[in-house]
Design a protein around this ligand. Structure first.
Ligand code: FPP
Length: 222
């Protein structure tokens, strides 16, 4: 969800206003995904590297997130949506952690769509943590090195029970992955959209899905 800061700057507004408008895009895109029958929507809302931003911006982002969670808690459940957070959740403020824990628990049985929030998320940290837990299991003797396969490795990632993404959309025209789901996107189709995230709305999502439908996925085969 890139480009909130530039969107605000272009309008002479503080960066936090860009994030606020970005949260409106989140609401609209969520509803559009629901309408399309998307089973998993993952939003990269806060990266491990975002902790290096000014404290005021981090606070504004966490407040937006808390507000979003308060507002959506009941609605998610009514819509049969499951919430799941991935990332170093223990680094988040207690208020955000508590909301996430409560809503995840409350919605865990829902199955129309899973909304995955990547928070304090970094793919390199995720992969390193998976390698560490496998190494610990090997030392403890519960796993032997021959048993370490891509499937076993994937089960040690935050996304253990989430399928790999079919489509990755990045806004603001940047051609980078920025430490997002590096393992999981091996064969994802990528659509780069020039618009800044706060301008990305329902029609843009539908257009990206149309673009995806025109792709011929071969997964390395002929
Ligand atoms: C990247 O734009 C965006 C973020 C770091 C935050 C994304 C958060 C939201 C859209 C709102 C809150 C989230 C939810 C789920 C309610 P940037 O700030 O890096 O933009 P720039 O590259 O133009 O500076």
């Amino acid at each position: 969800m890139d480009g909130n800061g530039r969107w605000a700057k272009e309008r002479g507004l503080p960066r936090a206003e860009g994030h606020r408008a970005g949260a409106d895009s989140v609401r609209e895109v969520m509803d559009a995904c629901k309408e399309l029958g998307v089973k998993y929507l993952t939003l990269y809302a806060f990266s491990s590297e975002n902790w290096n931003r000014p404290e005021a911006e981090i606070e504004a982002l966490m407040a937006l997130l808390d507000r979003f969670l308060d507002e959506k808690a009941e609605e998610l459940d009514k819509q049969n949506v499951r919430l799941q957070a991935i990332g170093q959740i223990d680094r988040l403020p207690a208020s955000t952690r508590e909301r996430l824990t409560r809503i995840q628990e409350h919605t865990k049985g829902n199955d129309s769509m899973t909304l995955v929030l990547a928070l304090s998320y970094g793919a390199r940290e995720e992969i390193t943590a998976a390698a560490r837990s496998i190494a610990e299991a090997a030392i403890a003797g519960t796993i032997s090195p021959e048993e370490i396969t891509p499937e076993l490795f994937a089960r040690h990632l935050y996304t253990a029970d989430i399928p790999d993404p079919d489509l990755l959309i990045r806004t603001s025209g940047e051609m980078r992955i920025s430490n997002f789901l590096l393992w999981q996107i091996s064969y994802s189709e990528i659509v780069i959209v020039k618009k800044m995230w706060p301008d990305f709305r329902q029609g843009d999502l539908f257009a990206a899905v149309e673009e995806y439908k025109r792709r011929h996925r071969r997964f390395g085969a002929l």
